[in-house]
Write a protein that binds this ligand. Structure first.
Ligand code: ADP
Ligand code: ZN
Ligand code: ZN
Length: 784
């Protein structure tokens, strides 16, 4: 802890030096922990990230360590033994007060002595070596407990108990309630719901019949989940080859990355598990990254089944204290497998042997706030630095990884077939243009249900319902309709803070902005011309749910999107119902496309594949292809087989053509050629430089200045030829949350040229005006 401005800040000691050119050096106020928090190798990684992502080292380190460690510490001011001369009267009072005590916190000193600005006095005393300020990490947040009443002595013969209890009838009743509840109940339950007084319980306790104790409440849904027996399989020939190849790489001990390209259902998890097992046998550790949404008990149980208590699951439902415990257990080597989402890439696993990045193409591996890192890339860099193996698994690898494979940077391992001889499900497209032709008359009359469920899809769903099989329906747009347009004046309701239209949510009766979350009551009339002739355009999941319910009355439908999964475990609750066969049709956004392995799902329908295809973002085709392939891969995973219907206005588009044939390579070839001219990743690297401000003109001026700054820097470093700048221009979404946004793109095939340029941009470039923010986003995942 160091003095900084008028207060104190927690800093990280990253190096020690014996001398300095600085003239005025301030003393450290206190040290928060004497053990190094990061290893040398983690520090190397942090330094690399700080340069690559042009982000201050402190922000990187903070992301690497549990939040808990950078909390405001408890401080204790203690008197040292040394001489204390030349003190001001106030300082003398402080010393006198501390004398003979074990020390006090600065706060107590301030109050007891009535010295307002006590900090400056304390600092002076620290500098003179009179006192020291000890800083201790705050207490770990306590584990939550409840009071439990537990039967201590069971009575077979109630008459015997009656004799013991005498006339205390209520005590006997309480015993009976406890006994019928398995011998254990929460105290509050007995008192509040069953109406026993506290005295009744105490009476039973005194007679030794029950005891009262604190029981830890388990908030971790992953502890105690049944272990999956799915990982007991004998590897197939392809799996065995993959395992052998990866272990051979591991033997070399140099650190390397392997792309495990396996179609959906090819059994990639078993490969991860077998490799991890071997690596644990050598006394090393492992990290497994999965997309946040796939961090389900189903996934976790596959690792727990094999590695039991060695596994530490890091997830957003943990309290700060639980997170800290997991972190410590990994650091000491007590647990050796860390499983979690994006940030688990920093887990302090001891003697790291392997990092698995499952579904490596997943967009959520990129963090969209500082530090803006891409966990997949960090994983490969960390693996090299630690001499570990990084396995990147996917059915639809990102083009970046595909390119790295073609350049020979990544080893390639293919699992071309589903395990057990199962085949990928046949995919059919439904041409929505034809549906539109066939339904002109009914659509005019406002009934466009047939555009949502085309006759073929409807029929296929009916067959599944009759056979008691399950259907997944994908529509990657939530809400009821993505915009509401007035038929008389053509006006569209927009967010007042963002430059996008409001989405109508029928259940809530509200219009909601999907960027800033602002909402208002939905009106029955146009807000500019008061006409009631409104049309609901851009259908969302709520609308599909309504239509499905109307088409198949009595069928059990579950909807899974951001709106139905706001509770911490609600999406797992929905999936649990699907797994137990309590749902006939699961409808949702991209959330339903990932990782689900339900053998009774025999039909997948995509309501409209074109959602997202036309976004002004170079990755929109890639995203759509991945989404279609992933969701198609959910069908026919069991012996029942399956099929897929994709509804689209663009059946000839190469994305749909490739999805029809499960042809990743065909897609990659076509998409790669699209990215060459103009050059986009993976052929060049991008940095998106965004400036935002409440004042549009100010943001525009600053982006101009930043562009000029970069131009000058380019000339100075003579790297002009290698680096191109596109823009500046307003961002595709010009305004979010009342802040106007301008950007330009920096592109270059040279990593080092970009490093050289963006470093100064974040460190030296000064914005002008009030409340102007500069964001430098390296390898952006979205340009919107
Ligand atoms: P992927 O992640 O590649 O889509 P999974 O790892 O989920 O595939 O495996 C798909 C299914 O195949 C799972 O139900 C899994 O239990 C099963 N499976 C995996 N390997 C084998 C094997 N060698 N023999 C039999 N079944 C297997
Ligand atoms: Zn109007
Ligand atoms: Zn908004």
């Amino acid at each position: 802890m160091v003095p900084f401005g008028s207060g104190e800040r927690i800093g990280f000691v990253v190096a020690l030096t014996a001398e300095t050119k600085l003239r005025k050096v301030k003393a450290i106020l206190g040290v928060l922990g004497s053990h190094p928090s990061v290893t040398k190798k983690q520090m190397d990684l942090a330094v690399w990230m700080a340069e690559y992502y042009a982000t201050p080292l402190g922000i990187i380190l903070r992301a690497m360590l549990p939040a808990f460690l950078s909390r405001v510490p408890k401080e204790r001011v203690q008197l040292l033994d040394g001489p204390a001369t030349g003190l001001t009267p106030r300082q003398q009072r402080i010393v006198k007060f501390l004398d003979g005590t074990n020390g006090y916190s600065p706060d107590i000193l301030r109050r007891r002595l009535g010295i307002g600005a006590i900090r400056s006095d304390l600092r002076a005393l620290v500098n003179d070596g009179v006192v020291e300020i000890k800083a201790e990490p705050p207490d770990t947040p306590p584990v939550k407990t409840v009071r439990i009443v537990k039967i201590n002595r069971w009575f077979e013969d109630l008459a015997e108990l009656e004799r013991l209890l005498g006339r205390a009838k209520r005590q006997l009743e309480a015993y009976q309630i406890l006994a019928s509840s398995g011998g254990k109940l929460e105290l509050s339950h007995l008192v509040k719901q069953s109406g026993f007084s506290r005295g009744v319980v105490t009476g039973l306790e005194k007679k030794g019949v029950v005891q009262i104790e604190d029981m830890e409440v388990n908030r971790d849904p992953f502890s105690g989940i049944p272990m999956s027996d799915k990982m007991k399989h004998v590897p197939t020939e392809d799996q065995a080859t993959a395992i052998k190849t990866i272990l051979a790489l591991h033997e070399e001990g140099k650190g390397a990355s392997a792309l495990l390209h396996g179609v959906t259902g090819s059994g990639k998890t078993l490969v991860y598990v077998e490799v991890i097992k071997k690596i644990l046998e050598e006394g090393k550790g492992a990290i497994v990254l999965v997309p946040e949404i796939s961090l389900t008990p189903q996934t976790v149980s596959r690792f727990r089944a094999r590695f039991g208590d060695q596994v530490a699951v890091l997830h957003s439902g943990l309290s700060e204290g639980e997170r800290f415990d997991a972190w410590r257990q990994l650091k000491t080597g007590e647990r050796r497998v860390a499983v979690g989402a994006r940030s688990v890439v920093f887990a302090p696993v001891k003697n790291l042997g392997v990092i698995v990045v499952d579904e490596e193409h997943d967009a959520t591996y990129k963090q969209n706030e500082a530090p803006r890192y891409q966990a997949r890339d960090v994983a490969t860099v960390r693996a090299i630095k630690e001499g570990a193996i990084c396995i990147l698994g996917s059915a639809t690898p990102s083009l970046e990884s595909w390119h790295n494979r073609e350049k020979g940077k990544f080893h390639y391992i293919g699992l071309p077939d589903r395990v057990g001889g199962g085949s990928l499900p046949p995919v059919h497209t439904v041409d929505l243009r034809k549906e539109l032709q066939n339904n002109k008359s009914s659509i005019k009359s406002g009934d466009d249900a047939s555009m949502v469920l085309s006759p073929v899809l409807k029929e296929a769903m009916g067959v599944r319902i009759a056979r008691r099989e399950q259907t997944l329906l994908l529509l990657n747009r939530r809400g009821y309709s993505s915009f509401v347009q007035c038929r008389s004046c053509g006006g569209v309701e927009n967010c007042t803070k963002c430059s996008i239209s409001l989405t109508y949510h029928r259940h809530r009766g509200q219009m909601v902005c999907h960027h800033c979350g602002q909402s208002k009551k939905a009106l029955a009339r146009c807000s500019s011309c008061s006409s009631s002739d409104l049309s609901f355009k851009g259908m969302g999941t709520e609308q599909v749910e309504r239509i499905v319910n109307e088409t198949f009355p009595g069928v059990r439908v579950a909807r899974m999107d951001v709106d139905t999964t706001s509770g911490k475990w609600s999406h797992q609750e929905i999936l649990g119902r699907v797994g137990r066969g309590e749902v006939d049709i699961l409808l949702g956004t991209q959330m339903i496309s990932k990782g689900l392995d339900f053998p009774r799902v025999t039909l997948v329908g995509v309501i409209n594949a074109d959602v997202g295809m036309h976004l002004p973002d170079f990755r929109s085709s890639e995203r759509t292809f991945q989404l279609l392939s992933q969701v198609a891969g959910r069908a026919g995973r069991g012996s029942l087989g399956g099929e897929v219907f994709i509804q689209t206005f663009l059946p000839e588009h190469y994305v749909l053509q490739a999805a029809l044939k499960h042809d990743y390579m065909g897609f990659a070839r076509k998409e790669m050629s699209q990215r060459q001219n103009p050059a986009y990743p993976p052929f060049v690297r991008l940095v998106n430089v965004v400036i935002n401000s409440p004042d549009n003109e100010c943001a525009a001026d600053n982006i101009e200045m930043a562009t000029r700054f970069l131009d000058v820097a380019k000339k100075r470093m003579s790297i002009g030829g290698e680096v191109g700048v596109v823009g500046p221009a307003p961002c595709p979404i010009e305004k979010i949350h009342d802040r106007w946004r301008w950007h330009f793109l920096v592109r270059s095939a040279s990593v080092s040229a970009l490093n050289q340029l963006i470093g100064p941009l974040t460190k030296e470039f000064k914005t002008k005006g009030r409340d102007v923010r500069l964001i430098v986003d390296r390898d952006p995942s979205s340009l919107l």
